[in-house]
Design a protein around this ligand. Sequence first.
Ligand code: GLA
Length: 746
Amino acid sequence: MPIGFDRSTRQFHLYNDDFSYIIAVYDNGSIGQLYFGEPLAPDKTHPFLAPLSFAGFSNNIRSIVRFEYPSYGQGDFRLPAFKVRLSDGSGVVEPRFEKYCIYPGKKAVPCLPTTYIESDAEAETLEILLLDKESGLRIILFYTIFSAYTCITRRVRFENAGKERIILESAMSLSLDAPDSVWNMIAFTGSWAREFTMNEAPLRIGVQGVHSTLGVSGSTANPSLIFRRPETTERIGEAFGLCLLYSGNFTVCAEVDCWDIVRIRAGINPETFSWTLEREDSFDTPEAVLGWSKSGLNGLSHVFHNLFRTRLECGAWRDRERPILLNSWEGAYFDFTEEKLLAMAKKAVDLGFELFVLDDGWFGKREDDTTSLGDWFPNMDKLPSGITGLAEKIRAMGLKFGLWIEPEMISEKSRLFATHPDWAVGIPYRARTEIRHQFVLDMGRAEIVDYLFESISTVISSAKISYIKWDMNRFITEPFSMALPPDRQTEFFHRYCLGVYRLYRRLIQAFPEVLFESCASGGARFDGGILGFAPQGWLSDDTDAVQRLEIQKGASYFYPLNCMGAHVSAIPNHQTGRLTPILFRAAAAFFGVFGFELDPTKLPEEETETIKECIIFYKRYRRLFQQGIFSRLDTPTDRNTVAWMVSSEDKKSAIVAVYKLNASPNQKPFRVKLAGFDRTKVYCVSLWEPSYRAGLIFDAADKRLNCGSRGGDELMSCGLLIDNTFLAVSITGDFYSELFLIEEEA
Ligand code: GLA
């Protein structure tokens, strides 16, 4: 049984084959954090993990006492996990252990995205009820451990069972005290077009972390953190990570105190939040996932990838191979006619695409980004047969049809604004800040969600749409809802996020076959919350392949490849002006949900053939790319070479990509240690060589250059030698990539 309770020590032990998490009820009824990490024997007690008795604070007791869900104002003096304001103005409560229950399975949370189970046997859940007798505040801590993943999930419910109003000023999803601070903390930060930059530093005394006040999780920081031992690499060593399944304002941080205890917190950002609990009201926090690994950062990523791909992503598209799409944005921007779109689609069919996506510009009177958001009906001047007619023509060519929407927005120049100016977020007597010429709809209001559901449903059903790209292109200013009373305005941001989730849920339920891709000016809402609704997301507006290697790498620490939209675009690249060969661009985009955004009618002849080959190749190996085990490989530390691989669960096949950024002559050979093979098996290694690269002897039908056989042990322990085979064409130029196919020999 994965959750045990020992009455003598009052310890709860959550465990599976690879992980233990131990907490206890202290003498004073608060809950202590004792241990997390490598599995400890489940059938033994561990009395010396905790202070022998903890009944209350003295000046130095903090040096040994660690908590699970610490409160404010009682002597702990570190950042509390939650804060309340009672009706007399005081903020101190004493939540003490009342009871617990352990049950197979895992409950869903109303209105919020969570990881889930498909049968009760997959997981076990512990609920601990804490009660503050004076106020009647009940706090329920939820812990779930899965048998198959080295992680737990945590969340918290607050219930007001007292007689007076309680204001929740802060409510973390997770608070975790780690016993030492010898960790490097990695946050993923950035901005528009440079999302997911790895930001790493050793922990130091004080508070460090990232947060959002943007209204969405944002591109400036992802709601996730990794802690690795300084000696941990991609392949070996201890690391743990946490990821908050939330798409609004968040905080994730670590506080190191003078006893080197680290308190880690993850939850809704208390800077922009408080919530009123009237009698009998309750509040659920988002869920947080805590993963642990002793096999390096790749090991940690695998925990999150497996969990997110199979038990967070949901719906019909979860396990399906995702279509190769052509998106119209960089190929046409706002400048299109039906004729032009049909010409692009026709060429897309020839190239082997499966889905044509019409991006921004198809609705209301939209000719540029100054108008029409909110008016979700086709621009008949631009598209005379409407979306219905266009979609029919595109489907008749053999392509599926998809559409861009930005439902949470309203343009001042729109019919919707003329009718409902009060639907836009803002304070009535102050000017609203316009960003990208648009305002934000107050998604916390049910009638607005209803309007959006109706109007978007009409478009989807009228044109048999297969795919929706749901964008969100500005952050939220002047947060204020005309539907909320003054004392509840601090609930605005969370209500906004719940409204977005509500609309997603309704649309997904109404159109279970439609594939949803999330987007927010690229990756400004690429988080575990949205992944619970849209199984893929547009990771960045930066389509430059060199930059993409960094961005996709950053995202890959938590998020699986099958949720990362990755597109090949035209050169010179529209964001950087860089010229990279088509194969390099494709090789970067293979490691994601492969697609294109360019005008295929303008492709140079020599690229056309290569693109066809790339599409054939990706279709053949799509399951491996989208559902295989992804690993980042260690390469020489000159930052000039990047290597990635995907391998199959059954250890029979793998693809290794090596990317060289700048050309330099007479390179040193090096070895890349691979992962995921059977040490006792022999594998055939070959290079994939699409036809255009002259001068190589290869199997023309298969586009492969045979590089010989290697043992699984050799590939993993010695590594794959990257030498002049890889550099076979001696003057390759900058931005050179190779793909190795590795398959078990019969
Ligand atoms: C955002 C998205 C782009 C594109 C444009 C359209 O920037 O990230 O992919 O859809 O909006 O306006």
